[in-house]
Design a protein around this ligand. Structure first.
Ligand SMILES: [Fe+2]
Length: 161
């Protein structure tokens, strides 16, 4: 089902290659971190779908508010993700959790589970490069945000050594 969700994300973003590539990169990091941990199948499914769809609200935010600001994305993302996952026949409780994380993924203080944590770490691993973050911001994220062993080692390998 992961491939189907990837295809739907690509259809949705259409010719916005930058967004498509962002989602693909975040998805891949989420798989590396997720595979390094002992997680149940349902949690793995939630992580995959959330990673692929986490920024799906960005197009609506730009259309409606002329802004890609995190707040707007958090509002606009969940209904679109819900529609995509419902069309694919995904279980309701999985959809609910995916939508919760999408709706809060910029609010680090709301991290309440390994699924949520992995999305935040994976997104940061990609954004550090895409946003050209400086060493200081990356070191501070290492201290304040990163908790998984694999996420920490990826961040250090790619940005700090
Ligand atoms: Fe993102």
């Amino acid at each position: 089902m992961t491939s189907k969700v990837l295809e739907k994300m690509i259809d949705y973003f259409h010719n916005d290659i930058r967004r498509i590539n962002h989602a693909l990169k975040v998805f891949n990091f989420s798989q590396i971190i997720s595979d390094s941990l002992l997680l149940d199948e349902k949690t793995k499914e939630i992580i995959s779908y959330t990673a692929i769809l986490h920024d799906i609200g960005i197009k609506e935010s730009e259309l409606k508010y002329n802004s890609s600001n995190g707040n707007y994305q958090e509002i606009e993302g969940p209904p679109i993700a819900r529609r995509i996952l419902t069309d694919l026949g995904i279980q309701g409780d999985i959809i609910d959790r995916v939508c919760y994380i999408i709706g809060n993924h910029h609010s680090y203080q709301k991290i309440d589970g390994m699924d949520f944590r992995i999305i935040v770490e994976s997104d940061f691993l990609v954004n550090a490069f895409e946003d050209g973050m400086n060493r200081h911001s990356i070191e501070s994220a290492l201290e304040r945000i990163f908790k998984t062993e694999k996420g920490i080692s990826l961040l250090k390998t790619m940005y700090l050594t």
